[in-house]
Design a protein around this ligand. Structure first.
Ligand SMILES: [Fe+2]
Ligand SMILES: [Fe+2]
Length: 191
């Protein structure tokens, strides 16, 4: 893997996450993007995807929204355009750029884009599974950022996790079934 490029991208994205312009806070680096990398690599290993493409795409997938909240709705599309500029400035090969851009463009399951490669599936699945692995950050959003009551937050987190689960590829749904069931079951039972 091109370690130098990965390190440079880590620095670029982490710096953007630290900026005051980033409305999601530094947590989007520490509890979303950074832990998505080992998760994406694990999926890539298991599903036979290109680890480098998955890593580069994970690093850049939310950058457009992090840099400017106005991009949030179209951050998949704008993010793919940003990736083109960033990666071409690093002389990243055009065919690899296209693969990374497809992962970014199709990482949002809420936006009904067809995933055509296994790398796209790994990035989109990791983006949903990380909410399970890092579920305290969902509670943080519910209570701290959205000011929900305890009951509202519990319901919101449970529904979010159920939506994430439904979006997963069949393979990941099978792999993470028990973990999702346990967590959403707990959120369901406690009043
Ligand atoms: Fe995103
Ligand atoms: Fe994301």
């Amino acid at each position: 893997m091109t370690e130098k490029l990965i390190n440079e991208l880590c620095l670029l994205v982490e710096t953007a996450c630290k900026s005051e312009n980033n409305i999601y806070g530094y947590g989007i680096w520490t509890h979303h993007i950074k832990p998505m990398i080992p998760l994406g690599l694990e999926l890539a290993e298991e599903y036979g995807a290109d680890k480098e493409i998955v890593t580069v795409a994970i690093l850049l997938h939310d950058l457009a929204a992090i840099e400017d909240e106005k991009n949030s709705k179209a951050h998949h599309r704008i993010g793919a355009e940003m990736a083109e500029k960033i990666l071409s400035s690093h002389n990243y090969p055009p065919e690899k750029r296209e693969k990374v851009k497809a992962c970014i463009l199709n990482h949002r399951s809420s936006v009904n884009n067809e995933k055509t490669s296994i790398e796209e599936i790994c990035v989109a699945d990791a983006d949903a599974i990380i909410h399970l692995k890092e579920c305290p950050s969902l509670f943080y959003s519910a209570y701290r950022e959205m000011g929900m009551t305890i009951g509202e937050g519990k319901k919101w987190v449970r529904e979010k996790l159920l939506r994430d689960y439904r979006k997963l590829s069949e393979r990941s749904r099978e792999k993470y079934r028990t973990e999702f069931e346990v967590l959403t079951g707990l959120l369901n039972s406690v009043q």
